[in-house]
Design a protein around this ligand. Sequence first.
Ligand SMILES: Nc1ncnc2c1ncn2[C@@H]1O[C@H](COP(=O)(O)OP(=O)(O)OP(=O)(O)O)[C@@H](O)[C@H]1O
Ligand SMILES: [Mg+2]
Length: 343
Amino acid sequence: MTAAPLATGTAPDTAGALLSVRGLTLDLVGGTPQPGLVQGVEFTVPKGRSVALIGESGCGKTLTAMAILGLLPRAVRVVSGEIVFAGTDLLTCGPRELRRIRGGPVGAVFQEPMSSLNPTMTVGDQIAEARRIHFREGRRTAREHARELLDRVGIPDARRRLDSYPHEMSGGMQQRVMIAAAIAGEPRLVVADEPTTALDVTIQAEILELLRDLRRDLGLAVLLVTHDLGVVADFCDEVVVMYAGHVVERAPVRDAFRTPAHPYTSALLGSVPRSDHARTPLQVIGGRVPPAGSFPGGCRFQPRCRHTAPACAEPQPDTVVGSGHHTRCGRVAAGGLQPGREL
Ligand SMILES: Nc1ncnc2c1ncn2[C@@H]1O[C@H](COP(=O)(O)OP(=O)(O)OP(=O)(O)O)[C@@H](O)[C@H]1O
Ligand SMILES: [Mg+2]
């Protein structure tokens, strides 16, 4: 089934959003500026929902996630935009408020637990620290909560494990500790950047199962950066597709797979994943993402697109093609392309 464009506009649907990213534009600091490294990114994460952020390597997914967490590398600055979490703009709120939110209502889980865990502190102390900072708990109460959290994330013999150091644990166990630390702040949103990529396949499935349980039990919203389309289909409600620093499509997951509206999404998703939890790798698309700093004007996908037209050289309007389904493709906006798998 195909859907005709309904309207064009610029505002994201922010009603009911827990997190709303609007017009986020990033550039490098010093050296050669790379205008539009990440440009005009907008999407929302509704309360309790799981949103996938996908796109080929180098498209700006991690930078977007880091901007939300206030953890951008020194070399990257915010040029413009808003990142509104539960009514607070994280880009203008000041360091104290940001410290209250990060590790509290907004938790983070990264690909490499060892790069986030402190190797010189026991895992118990690291988890307890979140309780002490965000809830002003005393030592004993915080330690007891840390034990409960280790237990909750499936670490056997949690009381004894409180006194372990991260390097004494396997990668899967370290990632569980990272998740325990993230939920210690009782988050409403967890930003997870490829949380299972560094783990072997069986452990990946266990960690995803854990995240799924926590989502259900704690009513968490999740922004999940992933390359795994099976995970997108199984775990996520909505998907945001980035290409070369732009969001080219955002849609409910079902619609993105069934009726992708942007030729890049169509090429990226390739085929509808099967419902048997098959892990489908991203399909290889001819050509490469251009390096930041040498993006074409207008639609950045046009040098690789089979449907390109003169209008693609202009900035692409935000086009609504279905409920919660937006794309930035000039040909779709003009009615010259119909969303669907024949793209
Ligand atoms: N610290 C940095 N200094 C300079 N450029 C950077 C820095 N971090 C990222 N970039 C550049 O920003 C662009 C987006 O990078 P980002 O890490 O967000 O990509 P990604 O979509 O997360 O890719 P991957 O799927 O490989 O993780 C890339 O061109 C990258 O080279
Ligand atoms: Mg990344």
